[in-house]
Design a protein around this ligand. Structure first.
Ligand SMILES: [Zn+2]
Length: 212
C-alpha cells in the first residue's frame, strides 16, 4: 500500500509517469487488465484502508490525489461527476473537510511562492531579468496554471524555465529560478501532512527517503 501512495516525492513522481502511460494505453485500447490497477489507486478506498489498517503515512498523498480530482472536474463528463459525487458520499464529513481546506491551503501556498519568485540578486542586469521573469510568470499563469492541479503546474514550470529567451532573462537567473521552483516544490511536498491536517497521525519524518 505504501508503494501505491509513496511519501517520497521522487517515488510519487515516478508513479505518476507510469500511471500516465497506463492511462494513455487505456485510452487507446479501452479495456484490459490495466483498469484493475487503476481501481486499486482509488484515493477514497486508500483513505478507508489506511484508517482501518493503521497505515497513516499513505494519507497525505491519498488526500492530495483526491484534491486533484476536484481540480480536474471541470474537464470531466457529467457521468464522471455523478460517479465522483457518489464516491464522495463514502467519505466522512471530517475527511471531506480535510480535502476541501487542504486543497485551498495547497493552492494558497503555491500562489504565494510563485508570486514571490525572485531574480538572482548578484545578477548584473537584475532589473531586466526581474522584468523578464515577471512577464514569464504572467504568461505561465494565464496558461491555466491554477485551472488544473497547481502542484503539477509548479512541477512543469521547473522544466519550462529552460524555454525563457536569453534576451529576457540571463542564464544564471534562469538557473536560479529553476532551483527556486525545485526547492519550493520539495518544501511544499513535505508540508502535505500539515496542509491536509494530518501532522498528528503521520511519521515525523514523513517524505524523507529514510521514512520509506
Ligand atoms: Zn539575470
Amino acid at each position: 500500500m505504501k508503494g501505491d501512495w509513496p511519501s517520497v516525492f521522487t517515488a510519487w513522481a515516478h508513479l505518476q509517469e507510469v500511471c500516465q502511460k497506463l492511462n494513455c494505453e487505456i485510452a487507446v485500447f479501452e479495456h484490459g487488465d490495466a483498469t484493475a490497477d487503476l481501481r486499486r489507486l482509488d484515493p477514497i478506498k486508500a483513505i478507508h484502508l489506511a484508517e482501518e489498517l493503521d497505515v497513516p503515512d499513505v494519507l497525505p498523498v491519498a488526500f492530495y490525489e483526491l484534491s486533484r480530482i476536484f481540480d480536474m472536474l471541470d474537464h470531466k463528463t457529467q457521468l464522471y461527476r455523478s460517479w465522483f459525487a457518489q464516491k464522495l458520499s463514502q467519505l466522512s464529513s471530517r475527511n471531506l473537510a480535510k480535502v476541501m481546506f487542504g486543497r485551498i491551503s495547497l493552492r494558497g501556498r503555491i500562489r504565494e511562492a510563485v508570486d514571490s519568485c525572485p531574480a538572482r540578486e548578484e545578477c548584473p542586469s537584475v532589473s531586466i531579468c526581474q522584468h523578464g521573469l515577471s512577464r514569464w510568470w504572467e504568461v505561465l499563469k494565464s496558461e491555466s496554471f491554477y485551472d488544473t492541479d497547481p502542484f503539477l503546474s509548479l512541477r512543469k514550470s521547473v522544466d519550462k524555465c529552460g524555454d525563457i529567451a536569453e534576451r529576457e532573462v540571463c542564464r544564471l537567473c534562469r538557473l536560479h529560478t529553476a532551483e527556486y521552483l525545485r526547492t519550493t516544490r520539495d518544501q511544499i511536498w513535505l508540508k502535505l501532512p500539515e496542509i491536509f491536517d494530518l501532522t498528528a497521525v503521520v511519521s515525523p519524518d514523513w517524505g524523507s527517503p529514510a521514512a520509506k
